[in-house]
Design a protein around this ligand. Structure first.
Ligand code: V47
Length: 355
Protein backbone atom coordinates (compact mmCIF):
# COMPACT_ATOMS: atom_id res chain seq x y z
CA UNK A 1 0.00 0.00 0.00
CA UNK A 2 2.89 2.36 0.76
CA UNK A 3 4.00 2.50 -2.85
CA UNK A 4 0.48 3.53 -3.89
CA UNK A 5 0.47 6.33 -1.32
CA UNK A 6 3.90 7.45 -2.57
CA UNK A 7 2.57 7.52 -6.13
CA UNK A 8 -0.34 9.73 -5.06
CA UNK A 9 1.99 12.07 -3.19
CA UNK A 10 4.20 12.29 -6.30
CA UNK A 11 1.16 12.98 -8.46
CA UNK A 12 1.73 9.79 -10.49
CA UNK A 13 -1.04 8.05 -12.40
CA UNK A 14 -2.58 5.03 -10.67
CA UNK A 15 -3.43 1.84 -12.53
CA UNK A 16 -6.87 0.21 -12.33
CA UNK A 17 -5.69 -2.36 -9.75
CA UNK A 18 -4.00 0.27 -7.60
CA UNK A 19 -7.12 2.44 -7.68
CA UNK A 20 -9.36 -0.46 -6.59
CA UNK A 21 -6.98 -1.06 -3.66
CA UNK A 22 -7.53 2.49 -2.45
CA UNK A 23 -10.86 1.37 -1.00
CA UNK A 24 -8.86 -0.79 1.47
CA UNK A 25 -7.35 2.31 3.04
CA UNK A 26 -9.13 3.69 6.09
CA UNK A 27 -11.28 6.75 5.52
CA UNK A 28 -8.96 9.20 7.29
CA UNK A 29 -5.86 8.21 5.34
CA UNK A 30 -7.78 8.45 2.08
CA UNK A 31 -9.35 11.73 3.14
CA UNK A 32 -5.98 13.23 4.01
CA UNK A 33 -4.56 12.34 0.59
CA UNK A 34 -7.62 13.70 -1.22
CA UNK A 35 -7.84 16.84 0.89
CA UNK A 36 -4.22 17.69 0.14
CA UNK A 37 -5.02 17.72 -3.58
CA UNK A 38 -8.22 19.68 -2.96
CA UNK A 39 -6.51 22.30 -0.80
CA UNK A 40 -3.67 22.74 -3.28
CA UNK A 41 -6.23 23.50 -5.97
CA UNK A 42 -8.85 25.51 -4.08
CA UNK A 43 -7.80 26.09 -0.47
CA UNK A 44 -10.92 26.17 1.74
CA UNK A 45 -13.25 27.43 -0.98
CA UNK A 46 -16.57 25.71 -1.60
CA UNK A 47 -18.18 26.56 -4.91
CA UNK A 48 -21.90 26.94 -5.45
CA UNK A 49 -24.12 28.60 -8.02
CA UNK A 50 -27.57 30.14 -8.19
CA UNK A 51 -29.40 27.94 -10.61
CA UNK A 52 -32.78 26.53 -11.55
CA UNK A 53 -33.51 23.06 -12.83
CA UNK A 54 -36.16 22.77 -15.55
CA UNK A 55 -37.43 19.28 -16.44
CA UNK A 56 -39.68 19.80 -19.49
CA UNK A 57 -41.36 16.38 -19.64
CA UNK A 58 -41.49 13.12 -17.70
CA UNK A 59 -42.79 11.00 -20.57
CA UNK A 60 -39.98 8.69 -21.62
CA UNK A 61 -39.41 6.06 -24.28
CA UNK A 62 -36.66 4.56 -22.12
CA UNK A 63 -37.14 2.30 -19.13
CA UNK A 64 -34.25 2.85 -16.72
CA UNK A 65 -34.89 0.80 -13.61
CA UNK A 66 -33.47 3.39 -11.23
CA UNK A 67 -35.66 6.19 -12.53
CA UNK A 68 -38.62 7.38 -10.46
CA UNK A 69 -39.13 10.52 -12.52
CA UNK A 70 -40.40 8.95 -15.73
CA UNK A 71 -44.20 8.51 -15.85
CA UNK A 72 -44.96 4.83 -15.27
CA UNK A 73 -46.95 2.56 -13.02
CA UNK A 74 -45.46 3.93 -9.82
CA UNK A 75 -45.56 7.56 -10.91
CA UNK A 76 -48.67 7.85 -13.09
CA UNK A 77 -48.59 11.63 -13.56
CA UNK A 78 -47.36 12.31 -17.08
CA UNK A 79 -46.67 15.93 -17.91
CA UNK A 80 -45.15 17.98 -20.70
CA UNK A 81 -44.50 21.67 -20.17
CA UNK A 82 -45.20 24.07 -22.99
CA UNK A 83 -42.27 26.07 -24.31
CA UNK A 84 -43.84 29.18 -22.78
CA UNK A 85 -44.00 27.50 -19.37
CA UNK A 86 -40.29 26.66 -19.58
CA UNK A 87 -39.49 30.26 -20.54
CA UNK A 88 -41.62 31.59 -17.68
CA UNK A 89 -39.75 29.35 -15.22
CA UNK A 90 -36.42 30.63 -16.52
CA UNK A 91 -37.60 34.26 -16.28
CA UNK A 92 -38.86 33.80 -12.75
CA UNK A 93 -35.54 32.20 -11.76
CA UNK A 94 -33.57 34.99 -13.43
CA UNK A 95 -35.53 37.56 -11.42
CA UNK A 96 -34.49 35.69 -8.28
CA UNK A 97 -30.82 35.89 -9.27
CA UNK A 98 -30.29 32.63 -11.15
CA UNK A 99 -27.30 32.69 -13.47
CA UNK A 100 -27.94 29.23 -14.90
CA UNK A 101 -30.84 27.08 -16.01
CA UNK A 102 -30.19 23.36 -16.04
CA UNK A 103 -32.54 21.75 -18.57
CA UNK A 104 -32.88 17.97 -18.52
CA UNK A 105 -35.88 16.08 -19.83
CA UNK A 106 -37.19 12.56 -20.16
CA UNK A 107 -37.03 11.22 -23.72
CA UNK A 108 -40.49 12.09 -25.00
CA UNK A 109 -40.82 11.20 -28.71
CA UNK A 110 -44.29 12.75 -29.05
CA UNK A 111 -43.19 16.37 -28.86
CA UNK A 112 -40.64 16.20 -31.69
CA UNK A 113 -37.06 17.37 -32.10
CA UNK A 114 -37.86 21.06 -32.54
CA UNK A 115 -39.62 21.23 -29.17
CA UNK A 116 -36.31 20.65 -27.36
CA UNK A 117 -34.30 23.08 -29.47
CA UNK A 118 -37.03 25.72 -29.24
CA UNK A 119 -37.08 25.60 -25.44
CA UNK A 120 -33.45 26.67 -25.50
CA UNK A 121 -33.92 29.20 -28.32
CA UNK A 122 -36.82 30.91 -26.56
CA UNK A 123 -35.06 31.04 -23.19
CA UNK A 124 -31.98 32.53 -24.85
CA UNK A 125 -34.11 35.07 -26.76
CA UNK A 126 -35.72 36.28 -23.55
CA UNK A 127 -32.66 35.99 -21.31
CA UNK A 128 -29.47 36.35 -23.35
CA UNK A 129 -27.33 36.58 -20.19
CA UNK A 130 -28.42 33.34 -18.56
CA UNK A 131 -26.16 30.31 -18.96
CA UNK A 132 -28.04 27.38 -20.43
CA UNK A 133 -26.71 24.01 -19.34
CA UNK A 134 -28.86 21.61 -21.28
CA UNK A 135 -29.33 18.06 -22.49
CA UNK A 136 -27.42 15.03 -21.32
CA UNK A 137 -25.62 12.73 -23.75
CA UNK A 138 -28.56 10.33 -23.30
CA UNK A 139 -30.89 13.03 -24.63
CA UNK A 140 -28.55 13.81 -27.50
CA UNK A 141 -28.51 10.14 -28.47
CA UNK A 142 -32.33 10.19 -28.31
CA UNK A 143 -32.50 13.42 -30.41
CA UNK A 144 -30.27 11.76 -33.00
CA UNK A 145 -32.56 8.72 -33.20
CA UNK A 146 -35.65 10.95 -33.30
CA UNK A 147 -34.40 13.23 -36.08
CA UNK A 148 -32.09 10.93 -38.03
CA UNK A 149 -29.35 13.56 -37.60
CA UNK A 150 -25.77 12.70 -36.66
CA UNK A 151 -24.47 13.53 -33.18
CA UNK A 152 -22.40 16.35 -34.72
CA UNK A 153 -25.49 17.87 -36.37
CA UNK A 154 -27.50 17.68 -33.13
CA UNK A 155 -24.67 19.32 -31.18
CA UNK A 156 -24.40 22.02 -33.83
CA UNK A 157 -28.16 22.69 -33.54
CA UNK A 158 -27.79 22.92 -29.78
CA UNK A 159 -25.04 25.50 -30.14
CA UNK A 160 -27.06 27.51 -32.65
CA UNK A 161 -30.08 27.37 -30.33
CA UNK A 162 -28.07 28.75 -27.41
CA UNK A 163 -26.88 25.83 -25.28
CA UNK A 164 -23.75 26.93 -23.43
CA UNK A 165 -22.63 23.76 -21.68
CA UNK A 166 -23.73 20.17 -21.20
CA UNK A 167 -24.68 18.53 -17.89
CA UNK A 168 -23.13 15.23 -16.93
CA UNK A 169 -26.20 13.01 -16.72
CA UNK A 170 -26.87 9.73 -18.47
CA UNK A 171 -23.46 8.28 -17.66
CA UNK A 172 -24.82 5.99 -14.91
CA UNK A 173 -22.19 3.22 -14.81
CA UNK A 174 -20.14 2.54 -17.93
CA UNK A 175 -19.62 -1.18 -17.32
CA UNK A 176 -21.71 -2.74 -20.12
CA UNK A 177 -23.02 -5.66 -18.10
CA UNK A 178 -24.35 -3.47 -15.27
CA UNK A 179 -25.60 -0.88 -17.74
CA UNK A 180 -27.58 -3.57 -19.53
CA UNK A 181 -29.25 -4.49 -16.27
CA UNK A 182 -30.16 -0.98 -15.12
CA UNK A 183 -30.82 1.00 -18.29
CA UNK A 184 -30.94 -1.26 -21.31
CA UNK A 185 -31.57 0.56 -24.58
CA UNK A 186 -30.29 3.92 -23.37
CA UNK A 187 -27.17 5.55 -24.86
CA UNK A 188 -24.24 3.13 -24.75
CA UNK A 189 -21.15 3.97 -22.70
CA UNK A 190 -19.11 4.28 -25.87
CA UNK A 191 -21.56 6.76 -27.35
CA UNK A 192 -21.89 8.73 -24.09
CA UNK A 193 -18.14 9.27 -24.21
CA UNK A 194 -18.18 9.95 -27.97
CA UNK A 195 -20.86 12.67 -27.58
CA UNK A 196 -18.85 14.44 -24.87
CA UNK A 197 -15.70 14.13 -26.97
CA UNK A 198 -17.45 15.77 -29.93
CA UNK A 199 -18.88 18.50 -27.71
CA UNK A 200 -15.42 19.22 -26.33
CA UNK A 201 -14.05 19.34 -29.87
CA UNK A 202 -16.58 22.11 -30.55
CA UNK A 203 -14.73 23.98 -27.80
CA UNK A 204 -17.47 23.48 -25.21
CA UNK A 205 -17.39 22.27 -21.61
CA UNK A 206 -19.40 19.57 -19.89
CA UNK A 207 -19.69 17.62 -16.64
CA UNK A 208 -19.62 13.89 -15.99
CA UNK A 209 -21.76 11.98 -13.49
CA UNK A 210 -21.62 8.46 -12.06
CA UNK A 211 -24.64 6.82 -10.46
CA UNK A 212 -23.45 4.60 -7.62
CA UNK A 213 -24.84 2.63 -4.69
CA UNK A 214 -27.07 0.23 -6.63
CA UNK A 215 -25.88 -3.08 -8.11
CA UNK A 216 -22.41 -1.96 -9.16
CA UNK A 217 -19.28 -2.83 -7.18
CA UNK A 218 -16.17 -0.84 -6.37
CA UNK A 219 -14.29 -2.07 -9.44
CA UNK A 220 -17.12 -0.82 -11.68
CA UNK A 221 -16.78 2.65 -10.16
CA UNK A 222 -13.04 2.67 -10.74
CA UNK A 223 -13.54 1.50 -14.33
CA UNK A 224 -16.04 4.36 -14.81
CA UNK A 225 -13.64 6.96 -13.46
CA UNK A 226 -10.73 5.65 -15.50
CA UNK A 227 -12.74 5.87 -18.74
CA UNK A 228 -13.43 9.53 -17.87
CA UNK A 229 -9.80 10.18 -16.99
CA UNK A 230 -8.76 8.79 -20.38
CA UNK A 231 -11.16 11.02 -22.31
CA UNK A 232 -10.13 14.03 -20.24
CA UNK A 233 -6.50 13.36 -21.22
CA UNK A 234 -7.55 13.80 -24.86
CA UNK A 235 -9.99 16.72 -24.64
CA UNK A 236 -9.65 18.49 -21.28
CA UNK A 237 -13.32 19.41 -21.65
CA UNK A 238 -14.79 18.14 -18.36
CA UNK A 239 -15.28 20.79 -15.69
CA UNK A 240 -16.62 18.63 -12.90
CA UNK A 241 -17.12 15.03 -11.85
CA UNK A 242 -20.36 14.37 -9.96
CA UNK A 243 -20.83 11.05 -8.14
CA UNK A 244 -24.61 10.72 -7.69
CA UNK A 245 -25.73 8.63 -4.73
CA UNK A 246 -28.50 6.27 -5.81
CA UNK A 247 -31.93 7.20 -4.36
CA UNK A 248 -34.02 4.14 -3.76
CA UNK A 249 -37.69 5.20 -3.66
CA UNK A 250 -40.50 4.76 -6.21
CA UNK A 251 -38.53 2.83 -8.79
CA UNK A 252 -37.84 -0.70 -9.97
CA UNK A 253 -34.20 -1.18 -8.98
CA UNK A 254 -34.22 -2.74 -5.58
CA UNK A 255 -31.11 -2.69 -3.43
CA UNK A 256 -30.73 -4.35 -0.07
CA UNK A 257 -28.70 -1.67 1.60
CA UNK A 258 -28.25 2.06 1.20
CA UNK A 259 -24.61 3.16 0.90
CA UNK A 260 -22.92 4.09 4.16
CA UNK A 261 -21.54 7.56 4.65
CA UNK A 262 -18.06 6.03 4.82
CA UNK A 263 -18.43 4.35 1.42
CA UNK A 264 -19.73 7.59 -0.11
CA UNK A 265 -16.85 9.63 1.32
CA UNK A 266 -14.28 7.05 0.24
CA UNK A 267 -15.67 7.24 -3.29
CA UNK A 268 -15.42 11.05 -3.27
CA UNK A 269 -11.84 10.88 -2.01
CA UNK A 270 -10.88 8.28 -4.63
CA UNK A 271 -12.50 10.41 -7.33
CA UNK A 272 -10.38 13.40 -6.25
CA UNK A 273 -7.22 11.28 -6.33
CA UNK A 274 -7.93 9.45 -9.57
CA UNK A 275 -9.43 12.33 -11.53
CA UNK A 276 -6.67 14.76 -10.87
CA UNK A 277 -7.12 16.01 -14.44
CA UNK A 278 -10.77 17.04 -13.90
CA UNK A 279 -10.77 20.36 -12.03
CA UNK A 280 -13.82 20.02 -9.77
CA UNK A 281 -15.47 17.28 -7.73
CA UNK A 282 -19.08 18.08 -6.96
CA UNK A 283 -20.82 16.64 -3.91
CA UNK A 284 -24.30 17.20 -5.27
CA UNK A 285 -26.28 17.95 -2.10
CA UNK A 286 -29.66 16.49 -3.22
CA UNK A 287 -28.29 12.95 -3.38
CA UNK A 288 -25.74 13.31 -0.56
CA UNK A 289 -27.98 15.30 1.82
CA UNK A 290 -26.63 18.75 2.61
CA UNK A 291 -24.85 17.56 5.76
CA UNK A 292 -22.86 14.83 4.05
CA UNK A 293 -22.15 17.10 1.05
CA UNK A 294 -20.50 19.51 3.48
CA UNK A 295 -18.48 16.75 5.15
CA UNK A 296 -17.44 15.59 1.65
CA UNK A 297 -15.69 18.94 1.25
CA UNK A 298 -13.09 17.59 3.73
CA UNK A 299 -12.66 14.48 1.55
CA UNK A 300 -11.85 15.96 -1.84
CA UNK A 301 -15.01 17.68 -3.06
CA UNK A 302 -14.91 21.45 -3.66
CA UNK A 303 -18.40 22.08 -5.03
CA UNK A 304 -21.90 21.48 -3.74
CA UNK A 305 -24.04 22.50 -6.79
CA UNK A 306 -26.52 25.28 -6.12
CA UNK A 307 -29.87 26.59 -5.00
CA UNK A 308 -31.69 24.50 -7.67
CA UNK A 309 -35.11 26.03 -6.79
CA UNK A 310 -37.00 23.03 -8.12
CA UNK A 311 -35.88 19.55 -9.10
CA UNK A 312 -37.90 16.54 -10.17
CA UNK A 313 -35.55 13.71 -11.15
CA UNK A 314 -33.81 12.75 -7.91
CA UNK A 315 -36.57 14.15 -5.67
CA UNK A 316 -39.01 11.67 -7.27
CA UNK A 317 -36.75 8.92 -5.92
CA UNK A 318 -36.47 10.36 -2.41
CA UNK A 319 -33.93 13.21 -2.53
CA UNK A 320 -34.81 16.40 -0.63
CA UNK A 321 -34.36 18.72 -3.61
CA UNK A 322 -37.97 19.25 -4.73
CA UNK A 323 -37.98 22.88 -3.62
CA UNK A 324 -34.27 23.65 -3.77
CA UNK A 325 -32.36 25.50 -1.08
CA UNK A 326 -32.30 29.10 0.05
CA UNK A 327 -29.04 30.88 -0.82
CA UNK A 328 -28.59 32.42 2.65
CA UNK A 329 -29.01 28.98 4.20
CA UNK A 330 -26.48 27.47 1.81
CA UNK A 331 -23.95 30.20 2.59
CA UNK A 332 -24.53 29.87 6.32
CA UNK A 333 -24.07 26.08 6.17
CA UNK A 334 -20.85 26.31 4.14
CA UNK A 335 -19.41 28.90 6.55
CA UNK A 336 -20.48 26.98 9.62
CA UNK A 337 -18.65 23.93 8.27
CA UNK A 338 -15.46 26.00 8.23
CA UNK A 339 -15.25 26.77 4.51
CA UNK A 340 -15.37 29.89 2.33
CA UNK A 341 -18.51 30.03 0.17
CA UNK A 342 -17.77 31.16 -3.38
CA UNK A 343 -20.56 31.88 -5.80
CA UNK A 344 -19.42 30.75 -9.24
CA UNK A 345 -20.84 30.89 -12.71
CA UNK A 346 -21.42 27.70 -14.67
CA UNK A 347 -17.84 27.64 -15.95
CA UNK A 348 -16.37 28.16 -12.47
CA UNK A 349 -15.46 31.83 -12.83
CA UNK A 350 -15.68 33.26 -9.31
CA UNK A 351 -18.51 35.80 -8.94
CA UNK A 352 -18.53 36.52 -5.22
CA UNK A 353 -16.50 35.34 -2.26
CA UNK A 354 -18.40 35.36 1.03
CA UNK A 355 -15.72 35.96 3.64
O1 V47 B 1 -28.31 10.53 -15.35
C1 V47 B 1 -31.93 9.24 -11.98
C2 V47 B 1 -29.72 10.44 -12.13
C3 V47 B 1 -29.20 11.99 -13.66
C4 V47 B 1 -31.85 8.61 -9.92
O2 V47 B 1 -24.02 18.28 -14.70
C5 V47 B 1 -30.73 9.41 -10.17
O3 V47 B 1 -24.07 19.63 -13.01
C6 V47 B 1 -29.99 9.15 -8.01
O4 V47 B 1 -27.71 15.02 -15.10
N1 V47 B 1 -31.02 8.34 -7.73
C7 V47 B 1 -29.64 13.29 -14.26
N2 V47 B 1 -29.82 9.70 -9.22
C8 V47 B 1 -29.20 14.44 -13.39
C9 V47 B 1 -28.01 15.16 -13.95
C10 V47 B 1 -27.23 16.09 -13.10
C11 V47 B 1 -27.54 16.28 -11.77
C12 V47 B 1 -26.81 17.21 -11.06
C13 V47 B 1 -25.82 17.97 -11.62
C14 V47 B 1 -25.52 17.77 -12.95
C15 V47 B 1 -24.47 18.60 -13.60
C16 V47 B 1 -26.22 16.82 -13.70
O5 V47 B 1 -30.01 11.74 -12.53
C17 V47 B 1 -29.33 10.75 -14.47
C18 V47 B 1 -29.32 9.68 -13.38
O6 V47 B 1 -28.02 9.19 -13.16
N3 V47 B 1 -30.82 9.76 -11.46
N4 V47 B 1 -32.59 8.53 -11.04
C19 V47 B 1 -31.97 8.04 -8.63
N5 V47 B 1 -32.98 7.20 -8.34
Amino acid sequence: MNHIIKKIENNEKLSFDEAVKLYDLDLFTLGKLANKIREEKFGRKVYFNINRHINPSNICKDVCKFCAFSAHRKNPNPYTLSIDECVEMAKEAYKKGAKEVHVVSAHNPEVGYDYYMNIVKEIKNELPDIHIKAFTAAEINFFSELSGKSYEAVLQDMIESGVDSMPGGGAEIFDEEIRNKICKGKVSSKNWLKIHELWHKFGRKSNATMLFGHIENRAHRIDHMIRLRELQEITGGFNAFIPLVYQTKNNYLKVDKFLTGVEILKTVAIARILLNNIPHIKAYWPTFTLNLALVAQEYGADDIDGTIQRESIQSSAGAASKNGLDMEELIYQIKDAGFIPVERDSLYNELKIYT
